[in-house]
Design a protein around this ligand. Structure first.
Ligand code: FE2
Ligand code: FE2
Length: 190
């Protein structure tokens, strides 16, 4: 990618905040009295978004922050918190959506995510803006390129669950997933 394109790309901190906003919006769509198919679609959307986001942070954002500030102990709890979140995701996927503990397990996951997101947005992202200033856009490009690869590995699942979660956005996002898939296939074909 040329320098001009990098200059027009969002910073990694902006991309991370957008991911947080998207997943919190999906949590707010959840209703305990909704039909089970809709609950499952929303939960699957939340879980996939969290998995992709956590992987992107662990592959790209946290290592960049760690390299720039090796003594940042606040980072020590980031991956363990992702792991705790993954345990709840696995638990939810193994549960019957009609079971008594389903809603409560999702609420536990939501509390964990809210706490984690608050720490990232009040501590890690401002730290990144300070110490990674010159690299924020380049890292944003890396994150979005990697995201396209991860999304393209599960496009049907993401499109179906997004349609059940955000019906109005579904067409746009399904289109974005298709475009991401095409661009990855083209780059592989070269
Ligand atoms: Fe995180
Ligand atoms: Fe995050």
């Amino acid at each position: 990618m040329d320098l001009e394109s990098i200059g027009a790309s969002p910073r990694i901190t902006t991309t991370i905040k957008l991911d947080h906003t998207h997943v919190l919006a999906a949590f707010h769509r959840y209703r305990t009295d909704a039909p089970q198919w809709r609950k499952v679609a929303i939960v699957n959307t939340i879980c996939a978004a969290l998995e992709i986001h956590a992987q992107l942070e662990q592959e790209i954002f946290y290592p960049a922050l760690r390299a720039a500030n090796p003594t940042a102990t606040v980072l020590d709890k980031s991956v363990p918190e992702h792991d705790a979140m993954r345990e709840n995701i696995a638990k939810l996927r193994s549960m019957d959506p009609g079971s008594s503990g389903y809603d409560a397990t999702l609420m536990v996951l939501m509390r964990e995510v809210l706490h984690h997101v608050a720490d990232e947005e009040t501590i890690l992202l401002p730290m990144a803006e300070d110490i990674l200033a010159a690299d924020l856009r380049r890292l944003g490009v890396r994150m979005n390129t990697r995201r396209a690869q991860l999304v393209s590995s599960r496009p049907a699942e993401l499109a179906v669950n997004t349609a059940g979660t955000f019906p109005v956005l579904a067409l746009t996002l399904a289109g974005a997933a298709a475009i991401a898939l095409i661009s990855v296939l083209r780059s592989r074909a070269r």
